[in-house]
Each structure stands twice: as structure tokens, then as C-alpha cells.
Design a protein around this ligand. Structure first.
Ligand SMILES: *Cc1c(COP(=O)(O)O)cnc(C)c1O
Length: 396
């Protein structure tokens, strides 16, 4: 069947929850993807900040193949070695103490919310605790995650959400303070907002919120699902400022394509929240996912991925700044590390479609922002190649 015929079949069978780009991707190699017709694309999306190590990494692929032949799934009633190794390495990389593996980012958020509510419940026996979340945040599409997502457009048709959620503005500490009550059990935010605008939390804001949480025994939940796992030049973005969360979520690049996420917590929260029977998952942290996480963390160390991000990210910033200076329609560049956005004064769909035609894969973050979340192994030459194509797709 032709690419066009496959797309028609897809439109007959799949629920229309996405306006997909009109290509069928077939294989990947390094930072390039190929569609069914063999057309080559430079990939600055990485499956939405997932494929950090690039496509076809031999060591990663072999680790998965070996694990598939050995054991794919056991359930969480039993231990398995890859997941134990993965947990040990993730603890070391994150500085957190206790891990619960999930299958996705949204599930990690669900677990984080449950842990925070249980922590507060054990303190005072009440069941009316509040969570403060941020406007323009994105935490996922399940009901709990949606409830803390600060974008009414995503929520409206699905009301009622889970209760007692309040919204403040990122980097506006007064707006957080104004929402704090005796019932506040947690404050949740992305360390760098992704979907909502590629906007980093400032050091001052993070430190103020951390101090507030310490003073009032409120749990700080940092969502590192998109900005974590090396993307900002730190294993987790909060490590830049040393503002440690009580609970942290991670997913996307954690398994580099094998669906896996996790919520992690400090020993103190671990000892005072979820216990046997409180939470569970059939697949979460199965041996295949464990093998993926273990190998990803291995390769991050062996291939010095973080150091590489620190070297190439300033160059990406510089080249994007040049574009922003050249075109009036680009009002701002923002982001951290290899998580960048160009803010336009108009919708960017046309720019992204043009880029795709010319063999460059980009995505948006909201209607007016072009998002850059490439595989972390990109080089300065790849950045130049991307800029050359993108420059051709923008008109003022
Ligand atoms: C993608 C994302 C999620 C949701 O993860 P899924 O795996 O799609 O459920 C949550 N938070 C942030 C910051 C994300 O970028």
C-alpha cells in the first residue's frame, strides 16, 4: 500500500484526537527519520522530547532485544533484576530516595497527587486538602493530571475535575502566596513549562516556593517529565539551582521510547505516604521497561550526554537568537538547554508544515511557539542544518 492509502486507513480506524502530519514514518537513524517513501527528515522533535539517544543506538537496541528474549513482564508481585538496577541508577541520577515506576507521564502525575494527599491525610485525618498548580501548565490527559493542568481548553468538556485545585502564575510568588491556606498539601509545577510555552521557572521563584513549602510542611512536586533526563544540561532541571522537590515526576526520555515513567520522593515522604495497597500498576516497571531505563542511564554516563548538551545548547540558543533578531514576527526565544521555543506573533502551523515539506520535523508548543526538543546527541552541524531549513520557511 502507498503512504496515502495507509493514511486513509488510519483515518478510518483511529479516533480523531490528533491532526496528524501527512506522513507515515518508517525508520530512524541517529537524528534522522525516514518516511515510507524514503524521504529523509532532520528530527528536532524526538518523539516529543523522548528519543534522547537518537534512533538505532546499537547498545540500547541490543539491551532491549536481550531482555525480550529473557523476560518481558512479571507483574509487581515479584522482583526483577533490570528494574532493580534501573532504580538504583535513577536514585543516584536524581538524588531522590524512593521510586514508583509507571507507564507514562500522566500516570506519574496521578501517583504524585495521591502521595501528596495521603501525606496530608496521615498528618490531620482530613480529606479536603488543596493543591496549588500553575496557569499554562501541562501535566497530562488523565483526570487527575488534567485537574492540575492550567489550560481551561483541555479541561472544560470533562468537568468536574478532581476538587480543591487552585491556580497561580509561574514566577509570580505573590500569586502562590495568595492561594495558600491551611489545607494546602502540595504545590505542583514543571521546572520548565513545556507545552504551555517553554518557560523556565526562575531561581528566585523556585527558592521562594521551596522556603514556603518548608515553613508550612507543604510538598513541592516538580514535574520533570519533559525537562528532565538531561534535556536542560542537568539530569533534572531543578539540580541547576539545588531546589530539591519532595516529589518529582519523570517520563518521556527516561526509557527513550519504551513507555515508562516514574514518580520519586524523599525518604521522609516515602515513609509518610503510600503503603501496600494504596497504589499499583500491572505493567509499571516491568523488566523490559527496567532494561530500557537501566541502559539509558548507562549510556548517559558512558557517552557524556549531559556534557554534550551543555556544549551544543548554547550554540542552538545563539543560532535561534540570530533568527529572532532577523525576523519581526519572532518576538522572543526562551527555554533551557535543548528545550527551546521561538515565540511568534502569529500561529506557527504554516512554518511547521513548510519545514516538514523541506525535510525538517518541528512541533509547536501552543499555537504561536515553535518548539525545539531534538535528540540530545545533535551536533552543531545539525543545528546549522536545521537553521538553514527553518530560515527558508519564515517570512516577516
Ligand atoms: C508529556 C508531559 C506529561 C504527560 O506525559 P504522558 O506520557 O503523555 O502521559 C506530563 N507533564 C509534562 C511536563 C509533559 O511534558
Amino acid at each position: 500500500m502507498s503512504m496515502k492509502e495507509y493514511i486513509e486507513e488510519a483515518e478510518q480506524a483511529l479516533l480523531h484526537t490528533y491532526n496528524r502530519y501527512q506522513i507515515v514514518l518508517d525508520k530512524g537513524e541517529g537524528v534522522y527519520l525516514y518516511d515510507m517513501d524514503g524521504k529523509k527528515y532532520l528530527d528536532f522533535c524526538a518523539g516529543i522530547a523522548v528519543f534522547a539517544l537518537g534512533y538505532g543506538n546499537e547498545e540500547y537496541n541490543n539491551a532491549l532485544k536481550n531482555q525480550i528474549d529473557k523476560l518481558i513482564h512479571t507483574s509487581n508481585y515479584y522482583y526483577n533484576v533490570p528494574t532493580i538496577e534501573a532504580a538504583k541508577k535513577l536514585k543516584a541520577a536524581s538524588g531522590m530516595d524512593r521510586i514508583f515506576f509507571t507507564n507514562s507521564g500522566a500516570e506519574a502525575i496521578e501517583g504524585a497527587i495521591k502521595a501528596a494527599r495521603k501525606y496530608a491525610y496521615l498528618k490531620d485525618g482530613h480529606t479536603d486538602h488543596e493543591i496549588i498548580a500553575m496557569n499554562h501548565s501541562f501535566h497530562g490527559r488523565t483526570m487527575g493530571a488534567l485537574s492540575v493542568t492550567g489550560n481551561p481548553k483541555y479541561r472544560e468538556a470533562f468537568e468536574p475535575m478532581i476538587g480543591n485545585i487552585k491556580f497561580a502564575d509561574l514566577n509570580d510568588f505573590d500569586s502562590v502566596l495568595a492561594n495558600v491556606t491551611d489545607k494546602t498539601c502540595a504545590i505542583i509545577m514543571e521546572t520548565v513549562q513545556g507545552e504551555g510555552g517553554m518557560l523556565p521557572a526562575t531561581e528566585e521563584f523556585l527558592k521562594s516556593v521551596r522556603a514556603l513549602c518548608d515553613e508550612k510542611d507543604i510538598l513541592l512536586i516538580l514535574d520533570e517529565i519533559q525537562c528532565g533526563v538531561g534535556r536542560t544540561g542537568y539530569m533534572y532541571a531543578w539540580q541547576k539551582y539545588g531546589v530539591k522537590p519532595d516529589i518529582m515526576t519523570t517520563a518521556k526520555a527516561l526509557g527513550c521510547g519504551v513507555p515508562v515513567g516514574a514518580f520519586l520522593m524523599t525518604e521522609h515522604v516515602g515513609q509518610n505516604s503510600l503503603v501496600a495497597g494504596d497504589h499499583g500498576t500491572t505493567y509499571g516497571g516491568n523488566p523490559l521497561a527496567g532494561a530500557a531505563v537501566e541502559k539509558v542511564l548507562d549510556l548517559f554516563e558512558k557517552d557524556h550526554i549531559i556534557e554534550h548538551v551543555r556544549e551544543v545548547a548554547p550554540y542552538l540558543e545563539q543560532r535561534l537568537d540570530e533568527l529572532a533578531a532577523k525576523y519581526d514576527c519572532i518576538t522572543e526565544r526562551r527555554g533551557a538547554g535543548l528545550m527551546q521555543g521561538l515565540v511568534f506573533n502569529r500561529p506557527v502551523a504554516e512554518v511547521i508544515n513548510k519545514a516538514l515539506e523541506k525535510g525538517l520535523i518541528l512541533i509547536n508548543a501552543g499555537a504561536n511557539i515553535v518548539r525545539f526538543v531534538p535528540p540530545l546527541i545533535i551536533t552543531k552541524e545539525h543545528v546549522d542544518e536545521m537553521i538553514t531549513i527553518l530560515d527558508d520557511c519564515i517570512w516577516s
